[in-house]
Write a protein that binds this ligand. Sequence first.
Ligand code: A3P
Length: 285
Amino acid sequence: MSDHSLWFEGIRFPEKTHNREMLREVRDNFVVKDEDTIIVTYPKSGTHWLIEIVCLIHSKGDPKWIQSVPYWDRSPWIEVKLGNKSLKDQQSPRIYTTHLPIHLFPKSFFSSKAKVIYGIRNPRDVLVSGYYFGKQMNIVKNPETLEQYIKLFLQGEVIYGSWFEHVHGWLSMRERENVLVLFYEELIKDTRSTVEKICQFLGKKLKPAETDLVLQYSSFQFMKENKMSNGIRFHDFFVTENSTLMRKGIIGDWKNHFTVAQAEAFDKIYQEKMAGYPPKLFPWE
Ligand code: A3P
């Protein structure tokens, strides 16, 4: 029986929203411009939060844009068509989003000055978030139990492939001037300084009162209530009326879900795959 997914270059994608032609086209022919900003994440790492922050930085905290235009039109996914607009309709300076691993990212980026913000989150929380998200969607066939989902995640057979490979690929870019690596955990613990870091990276100067507005309108509660940000209802592949992109918005929720055995099994693979990074690079360690 089909599980509604397609494979491209070793990565699993949902066939309802992706196709090989588009993935190939994006990698080989999408022309990235120097003034573009691209938000890159592995799914469930806080993508929508970053979109909201970047949009609000652009509007200097004015919420009109985020309250009137759905997030997928403000910052379209380059590899998937969610809204009505074509990618080419975006006005400069363009903001894009993607979950693509580096080997599928537009080649033109690597000789451009476009800015990439790469968001990372503790893979255990990514996993739990993805497990619940999968239950809200009928986009691909997802495993019933967390145990099965952990197995699939560790094998890299969930949507967008292995978290480890994604992070290795993108972290190899972290010394580049036009790549900013951010952690969801930093955003939670010190939202203001992290937002200021993003402003600096984007070359935007905000007054303290404007930064206050960015924080206010990108807060979990505000985003949850803003249907242009939590606009899950616009998609026919979300199952229930109560489906939400803003589930809990905390760090360490995995501890409420993993058994001791699951945590140990995860750790063993994590240690093997993540050996060699400088100590304290990852805030959850
Ligand atoms: P949880 O499912 O753990 O709650 P993505 O945007 O990549 O799909 O990631 C979704 C995760 O980011 C969800 O995690 C969601 O709650 C969290 N998130 C979204 N907006 C947030 C915000 N403003 N503050 C904190 N977490 C947020």
